[in-house]
Design a protein around this ligand. Structure first.
Ligand code: ADP
Ligand code: MG
Length: 579
């Protein structure tokens, strides 16, 4: 039974494990650490990861990406005929990572530590947990992505004391955190972020610029052309992290369009985006529980590799910013460090990590009975150190009032209608003069970002509640049902696995002996028949049966020929003749 760490990214997801004192990134079936967070369901089956990412171009209507941005919302993605919630799509990604990890580790994975952006609110955190449950794993802990990055940085830079600012710029989210590292203590003292800002936006800007320079509008392209354009934009951007220029080419409207990009151009095109990053940096500094003095700025996330951004930030700080040694893997490696702490590994047990509450928590209140609008009475202010418990007293507003009702909110806005409602608790009081009866509200916010509320009235009545997002809380039956839905879909994965096997067989065919050729062609037709039968059970059975055969073919075909066996016993020395 293993515990793994999962960086469930908007663009890419990674898994890691802490084993024998080492943090190990887990490779996927393609031998890569990063699995694109993309899901595609076509008539040929379910695809998750790289294969699904390719379908973004071929079957955009059957493919979903960036669904993390919609976690905890009621947005529905349609993949062909089937509908999915963002947490179901995330569950499919988690299932893929878990299955790769199980193959790699040779044991079942039952628990996971999953990272989330620090700015994820309660709905988004609950949705992440739900996704893991649907994938059949228990969440040991949700850890804030910047905290994980700081943990990794702390280790990578050999525990130098001081404050660092961690800027995590991924595909779809930006997180800025200020972390104080002193001896064995890592303390996050301030965070800010934007979960709609990332490398995708850079691609967008480049794509728009491409269209603008070539004199056509992006709307004039069909879906496929648009997808190719975005892919080209990303490719050019990535290429610019190691080259001075990059060329984009697009064939559309029966014409070939071209654009040559440089880092200087990227700096100009993305000026507005970079300024938004600057604003978030400002906000993170303002949000600190005490005035920070930052010794170092560290960039993590795939988009940390954008040269123009590095230059912009170095310019902003008047000092060279650091790019983390493995920017795209830093969060996963940090979760690995945390797993080591959790497992009480002796190399790690000294490190203590504290975290802060990323948003304010409170209840709706009114100053008087005349007040039409309800304001937010904060109980736990943003940036409070976790875990924390705070309480506040509330009094009746009018004569004869029989109950005190508390609606619980999260957010920074003055009027509660602009904050996120989390739940509600009501306690009874005795009819009396206004202000004579009261209730004490206690909020406890734990290290996992779970809020417990207890309300005690002067009559002695006590009500306690773990605040779970009702919309995202599934009953046992509902959870089983959604697990079954995902399992059924995964069974159809045979089709994509079946495709892979067919491809492999076709490849092996060319090296096979004529007897083997006959056998291979029989197996291919068997697989194709299973696929066209449309029955997941037949598919699965055929797939299982064929897997062994493929291994056997592979083994026979790749077997090294023993040259001694084909040497004649004659003493004739072939080399001698040449001399
Ligand atoms: P997320 O945290 O959103 O899952 P990642 O940290 O994996 O994302 O970053 C993905 C983003 O990084 C993508 O937008 C990708 O285009 C970008 N990226 C990856 N490699 C490079 C590179 N060499 N230069 C610039 N951007 C890159
Ligand atoms: Mg990330």
């Amino acid at each position: 039974m293993a515990l793994i760490g999962i960086d469930l990214g908007t663009t890419n997801s990674l898994a890691c494990v802490y084993k024998n004192g080492e943090i190990i990134l887990i490779p996927n079936q393609l031998g890569k650490y990063q699995t694109p967070s993309v899901v595609s369901l076509t008539e040929r089956g379910l695809f998750v990861g790289e294969a699904a990412k390719n379908n973004l171009i071929l079957h955009p209507e059957n493919t979903a990406a960036s669904f993390k941005t919609f976690m905890g919302t009621s947005k529905v993605f349609s993949l062909g005929e089937q509908l999915f919630l963002p947490e179901e799509l995330s569950a499919l990604v988690i299932k893929q990572l878990v299955s790769d990890a199980e193959k790699f580790l040779g044991e079942p994975v039952t628990e996971a530590i999953i990272s989330v952006p620090a700015y994820f609110n309660d709905s988004q955190r609950c949705a992440t947990k739900l996704a893991a449950q649907m994938a059949g794993v228990n969440v040991e802990r949700l850890i804030n992505e910047p905290s994980a990055a700081a943990l990794y940085h702390r280790l990578a830079y050999e525990n130098k004391d001081g404050s660092i600012m961690v800027i995590d710029f991924g595909g779809g989210t930006l997180d800025v955190s200020i972390v104080e590292c002193f001896e064995n203590i890592i303390e996050i003292i301030g965070i800010a972020g934007d979960n709609h800002l990332g490398g995708n936006d850079v691609d967008n800007q480049i794509a728009m610029f491409f269209c603008c320079q070539n004199g056509f509008s992006i709307e004039s392209l069909n879906n496929e052309e648009k997808a190719i354009l975005y892919k080209q934009a990303e490719k050019a951007k990535i290429s610019l992290s190691s080259n001075d220029t990059a060329t984009m080419v697009l064939f559309a409207h029966n014409k070939e369009y071209k654009l040559i990009l440089t880092n200087k151009l990227i700096a100009e095109i993305c000026r507005g985006l970079f300024d938004r990053i600057k604003k978030i940096i400002n906000q993170a500094v303002k949000n600190c529980s005490r005035r920070p003095i930052v010794n170092d700025v560290v960039l993590v996330g795939g988009s940390a590799q954008i040269t123009a951004l590095q230059d912009y930030l170095s310019n902003l700080f008047g000092k060279q910013v650091h790019v983390s040694p493995e920017p795209a893997n830093a969060i996963a490696l940090g979760i690995g460090v945390y797993a080591g702490i959790k497992l009480r590994d002796e190399n790690m047990h000294d490190i203590v990590m504290t975290d802060v509450c990323p948003f304010s928590l409170g209840v709706g209140a009114r100053h008087s009975t005349e007040d039409k609008t309800v304001y937010m009475e904060t109980i736990i202010p943003r940036s409070s150190m976790l875990p924390c418990a705070k309480e506040k007293m509330f009094y009746t507003l009018y004569d004869g009032q029989r109950a005190l009702n508390f609606k619980i909110y999260q957010g920074e806005q003055y009027y509660v209608e602009n904050n996120l409602e989390l739940g509600e608790i009501t306690v009874g009081v005795n009819p009396d003069k206004a202000g004579n009866q009261w209730a004490k509200v206690t909020f406890m916010y734990d290290i996992n970002g779970i809020l417990y509320v207890s309300v005690e009235s002067c009559t002695g009545e006590v009500k306690e509640k773990e605040i779970v997002n009702e919309k995202l809380h599934l009953s046992h039956e509902e959870l089983e049902k959604s697990k079954e839905k995902l399992t059924n879909i995964i069974q159809s994965q045979f089709n994509s696995d079946g495709n892979e096997i067919i491809k492999k067989l076709v490849y092996l065919y060319q090296f096979a002996s004529s007897a083997e050729k006959e056998h291979i062609s029989y197996v291919i037709s068997d697989l194709e028949n299973a696929y066209y039968s449309g029955s997941p059970i037949i598919c699965k059975k055929t797939y299982e049966r064929t897997k062994e055969l493929v291994k056997e073919f592979e083994h026979n075909i790749s077997q090294e020929i023993n040259f001694e066996d084909i040497l004649s016993d004659d003493d004739y020395d072939f080399w001698d003749e040449e001399e």
